[in-house]
Design a protein around this ligand. Sequence first.
Ligand SMILES: Nc1ncnc2c1ncn2[C@@H]1O[C@H](COP(=O)(O)OP(=O)(O)O)[C@@H](O)[C@H]1O
Ligand SMILES: [Mg+2]
Length: 359
Amino acid sequence: MDHNKIVDSLRTVLDPKTGQDIISVGLVSDFQVNGDHVGFTITLDHNDPEIKSKLNFGCIEAIQKVYPQAQVHIHLNSQIANKPKSGVLPQVTNIIAVASGKGGVGKSTVSANLAMALKEKGASVGLMDADLYGPSMPKMFGIEGMKPGIQELYGKHKIVPIETNGIHVVSIGNIVDPEQAVVLRGPRLGGIIKQFVNECIWPSLDYLVIDLPPGTGDIQLTLVQTLPVTGVVMVTTPQQLAYIDAVKAMNMFLLENINVPVLGIVENMSWFSPKEDPSKQYYLFGEGSGRQLANKANSILLGQVPLIMAAGKAGDTGKIAFHESEEFRNIFSDIALNLMKQLKLRNETLDPTQVVQVK
Ligand SMILES: Nc1ncnc2c1ncn2[C@@H]1O[C@H](COP(=O)(O)OP(=O)(O)O)[C@@H](O)[C@H]1O
Ligand SMILES: [Mg+2]
């Protein structure tokens, strides 16, 4: 029996937690083939007998499809005590939250265009629209009315993100009718965020960008209690008022028991240049708060984004500004490069973020 063929056959068996195949997420180890005998270990971070049994039979079936004579010996190991550090979304390398103090400063615009820019660099990218009060992603990506897929995994129904422009998107706007006036409250909000994490089949991702609502509330808290957020990107406009609120929002992430590092600042709506005379820059909202915030956070200014008419229009018409304006595309390409550098530095110098434990 060929070792590689057996491994390939196991790629058809899915991990109940991530929906990815058990080989890709590294559940299988100690592989041995001896005559008609094949043995290996599957290590799980839970002890659910039903899932264990399904995995066991799933593996035997997959191997015997290729080698009907195979005698399969599986050692199912539960490693509950010393769970790997990031047991949540192990298939996602970097989790980036996009936050601000105020609404309307451009978080959703930054999230969507940053996701596009990262994807253009060849990365696999997901986008979680965590602004449950005002989801923007369906409109921004022109996917209003589309529903995410549902896949059954070991008897449970899971959400499959919508793939659009090569990005995997989950938004409450694609699940609940936007017209339906649901008054979502604290505990419900948290539950939905948890579903976006635990009941969603996210593919293997280099980056998961999370578009947050403004400020510090239930959603931000649930997020850091559910996911190991690698870092946060703060968005501000040049106004002093936006700066003051951004500092407050930022401070939540920096709290000792939350400890999510600030990867950088994006200053949005920095200036306006008229088409007739691009050399002119009008600083409609003042200057400097992006850099000021970067200094305060001991971080860097990832980039400044001017007011661009095509960008504002794109957001309203289901076209992504990234595709509509070359200037926008170039700016976000630079922001993505700066962010990638910051992430590399962060991952080399700081420990992985821990999920905040609720006392
Ligand atoms: N740089 C920009 N140039 C022009 N319009 C912009 C720019 N950034 C954001 N907008 C527009 O401003 C509005 C608010 O932006 P949005 O990203 O929804 O903010 P937030 O998510 O912080 O509430 C949207 O209509 C968006 O299209
Ligand atoms: Mg928004």
